[in-house]
Design a protein around this ligand. Sequence first.
Ligand code: P6P
Length: 334
Amino acid sequence: MSRFPITLARHIIEKQAAHPTATGEFSALMTQIGLVGKMIARDLRRAGLIDILGMTGEINVQGEAVKKLDEIANETFIRVFQHSGLVCALASEEMEHPLRLSENWPHGKYMLLFDPLDGSSNTDNNMPLGAIFSVLRHEGHEGLPSESELVCQGTKQVAAGYLMYGSSTVLVFTVGQGVHGFTLDPGVGEFFLSHENIRMPAKGSVYCANDGNYYKWPKETQRLLDYLKALDTPSGRPYSARYSGCLAADVHRLLLAGGIYFYPGETGKPEGKLRLLYEANPLAMVVEGAGGRASTGVMPILEVKPKGLHQRVPLFIGSRDEVTLAEQFIQGQR
Ligand code: P6P
C-alpha cells in the first residue's frame, strides 16, 4: 500500500466529484457508517474483558433472544445517526418499528435500514460478526416517513453494504458504481481502500449452508446439496463446505473467491430465516454490483415486492453460475 493510501472519505469525495449533483450528505452518511464500524470493532476487541457478552434476557421482534452485543450495536447505530442531520428514519432488526428522527427533519433525506449485529450466535465465541445496511432516499416532503415508506423493493436502494468484524474490520459498499472494500487500520482509526472495484468470480468451489437443516428442506433443495457434494472431478465437485454462522462474513468470502450461500425455505417455514429489507436486499445490491446474483430460488431478490418491514425470504446468493444452478434445482428443472 502506498504511504498515502486512499481513505474512505477521500474515495467518496472523488466518486462524488464525478457526480456534481451529489451533495456532501451521502459522503457524510458513509463516513458515519465507518464510525459505527470503528466503535463496534473496538467493543468486540475487548468483549471478553468487559461485561458485554451473554444475553440481555430480552426477546426481539424476531422472537430471538437478544445478546448484549446486539443491543450495544443497535444503540451505536442510533447514537451515531441521531442529530447527524443526515437520516430521517432508522429501521433495525432489533426494533419492531422504525425510529423516526424529528431532530434530523427536514434536512435528513436518507432512511437507513440495518441488521446492527449479524451473526449473533458468534458473539460469545470470538467468531466473525458483521452489520448489514441499506440506504433509501426519503422522497416525501410533507414530513417524516411512515413505516410503509421504508418497505421498498430492493431496486429502490441508493446504497448498500456491510461491515465485517473478522481478523480485520472491513467495510464493503456500493452506490451503484462498482463495489469497493475498505480495511480499518486500528493504529490510526481510519478505513483505507483495500479492495477497489471488486468483481465476483462467475463460478466458485465453495457452498455456505447450514446442512444440519437438510431434513427440514424441500426435496429440491436437498437435491441441490446432493449435487454440490457429489464426487465428480470433471465438473469440479464436490464443493467445499464453509459456513461461519455470519451471513456478512460468508458473503464476503464469496465476493472475493466465488461460490454460493443459501438459506432456503424449510418445509414448515417456506419464507426461510433471513430478512428481506436489511439482509437480502442490501447484500443483493452488493453482490449483483460485483457481477454475482441473488435469488429467492424463483425470482431475483431485488424484484421481490415487500409486504412488511421484517419480512423473511429464502436466499440463494453468490456466483452467477451457482445461483443459476440453484434456481434450476429449486424450480425442478434438474
Ligand atoms: P443458523 C445470523 O443469525 C444469521 O442471520 C446469518 O448471519 C447466518 O448466516 C444465519 O442467520 C445462521 O443461521 O440457523 O444456521 O444458525
